[in-house]
Write a protein that binds this ligand. Structure first.
Ligand SMILES: NC(=O)C1=CN([C@@H]2O[C@H](COP(=O)(O)OP(=O)(O)OC[C@H]3O[C@@H](n4cnc5c(N)ncnc54)[C@H](O)[C@@H]3O)[C@@H](O)[C@H]2O)C=CC1
Ligand SMILES: O=C([O-])CC(=O)C(=O)O
Length: 267
């Protein structure tokens, strides 16, 4: 039997995800959950790549096997927690939402209540498996640097006191903990939260965010050291045309997680 999923959010990630899985026999996009006022756009997407998907303002109470969140931090409390409580598992892209004090515990409690599980995807970053495994042996330091073109920082605190269009050289726009990065840059620092949750935690992971006019990609670097040894990772991700803040790899990561739910052999 095919897995019926509800997609929360139908922006850059959601639309690209639906396009990629539209011919997957094992997956049915049963519902698209969007905020009031966004229904018309979601209907247009559904007509193109998700025939039969209902466009709704909440996850339906019945007939959904999995929710896939690709909306933003507010969607976790609004849609993911209630779904988990009802026993519906969830795949979450907005990992930075877990920087809100108490939310990780609420997610765990909701999943326990529903006898189910919430999966945080790796999204735009790699080596989360290695980092989480390294944690078992003990980690000493984890540093994350996120570097994006200036236009990717529009609409964020990076604009305070500077004209992003006029930047002539790389500029550090944030230096601090992963928790503060994820709170201050909810659409740009989910990776900081993911790296920290897999590794040393939100308060002990050092983060730098950089606006760099010399790059066209979203560049993510992780340096980790501990009992396992050390690694340095650099990802040079292509941004999505529909949203320069978001890397295409985030979509592929969500699709991988979704397909992994039905594949007889998952890697
Ligand atoms: N884990 C990772 O590596 C990454 C995670 N993300 C997360 O994914 C989110 C979505 O990214 P994009 O698709 O590029 O953004 P987008 O802005 O293109 O689309 C987001 C869509 O979700 C809808 N939305 C917002 N709040 C909602 C809610 N409470 N319920 C239902 N729908 C809601 C919006 O109307 C919009 O259509 C980001 O906000 C971010 O939190 C983004 C990039 C990387
Ligand atoms: O997609 C990316 O490159 C990373 C991103 O926006 C985030 O960490 O929130």
């Amino acid at each position: 039997m095919a897995l019926r999923f509800a997609l929360i959010g139908c922006g850059a990630i959601g639309t690209a995800l639906l396009e990629l899985v539209k011919d997957d026999a094992g997956l049915i996009a049963a519902a698209i959950v969007v905020p009031a006022g966004s229904e018309a756009d979601a209907h247009t997407v559904a007509a193109r790549v998700a025939h039969g998907a209902q466009v709704l303002s909440a996850v339906p109470a019945d007939g959904i096997d999995l929710v896939v969140e690709a909306a933003g931090h507010t969607a976790i409390e609004q849609h993911v927690l209630p779904a988990l409580q009802r026993g519906v598992p969830a795949i979450v892209a907005s990992v930075g939402a877990l920087s809100a004090p108490g939310l990780p515990e609420q997610l765990e409690a909701a999943a326990r209540e529903g006898g189910t599980q919430v999966q945080l995807i790796a999204g735009a970053i790699g080596a989360i498996d290695a980092l989480a495994a390294a944690r078992v042996g003990g980690l000493e330091t984890v540093r994350y640097t996120g570097r994006k073109p200036p236009r990717a920082w529009k609409g964020t605190p990076a604009e305070e006191g500077r004209d992003l269009d006029a930047l002539g050289a790389e500029t550090v726009i944030f230096e601090g903990t992963a928790r503060d990065a994820a709170c201050l840059f909810p659409k740009n620092a989910n990776v900081a939260a993911t790296v920290s949750l897999a590794g040393l935690g939100l308060d002990r992971t050092t983060v730098r965010l950089i606006a760099d006019p010399a790059v066209t990609e979203n560049v993510h670097e992780v340096e980790a050291a501990g009992a396992f040894g050390r690694f340095e990772l650099t990802m040079r991700n292509q941004p999505l045309a529909a949203n320069p803040k978001t890397s295409a790899l985030t979509v592929y990561s969500a699709v991988r997680a979704l397909r992994g739910r039905v594949a007889p052999l998952a890697i």
